[in-house]
Design a protein around this ligand. Sequence first.
Ligand SMILES: [Zn+2]
Ligand SMILES: [Zn+2]
Ligand SMILES: [Zn+2]
Length: 254
Amino acid sequence: MAELIFLGTGTSQGVPVIGCGCAVCTSNDLRDQRTRSSVLVRTDGVSLLIDGGPDMRQQLLRERISKLDAVLLTHEHMDHISGLDDLRAFTFAQDPPKAVPIYGTAGTLEAVRRVFAYAFSGNGYPGMPKFDLYEIDKDPFMVKSVRIQPVEVMHMRMPVLGFRIGGLAYITDAKTIAPEERDKLRDCDVLVLNALRMEPHISHLNLDEALAVIEDLRPGRAYLTHISHYMGKHADVKLPPHVQLGFDGLRVEV
Ligand SMILES: [Zn+2]
Ligand SMILES: [Zn+2]
Ligand SMILES: [Zn+2]
């Protein structure tokens, strides 16, 4: 049994987009207000955050998350890592202070060191964020008692990690998924998959492509995420019965 909390379900700009007056960006439906994509997974008493983008602080406050055992990073783009400085709150809530472990590929961790260079400079000061980085590749790894299987997907030319945790799989920023990686995603109870908009895009699955992946992988249920305002209003998007658009604050039992 696991609990999945959708912290954010928006693409890199979020929805509404700054300065946009379209029907989605001005919608009163709260499901049309999408912060940057991230989820929290709770299983076996372990709390895992997948990605920490620019809205991370507000998302964790909104969902009253007071404990994190690890952060899993999918890739280095800012909409997935730029909020990590705010993990300080968890670090300094412990006595003595202890950083939340962060897992990512060598490339992703290199970007974390570059973006948060002040925290790695050796010029420490009280209250400075601490980063505890663990390099992963495509091999399974453990966080406490929880086994996590990375799944490599392609974001045009950039490899991105998705994560399979028991019956749950979370994939974001995919455009293509190789056959051997797809095999790691079969027989899921719940699959979360990115779907940007109706029209094709060079580095993200669009709605039709995402539905074709779901058709191939045959999860029990699927939730779409990393959604742009071009998808249309949440209430207007027509989907098969076992597929839904995710929305911020949605909680799913797996
Ligand atoms: Zn993204
Ligand atoms: Zn708009
Ligand atoms: Zn990306």
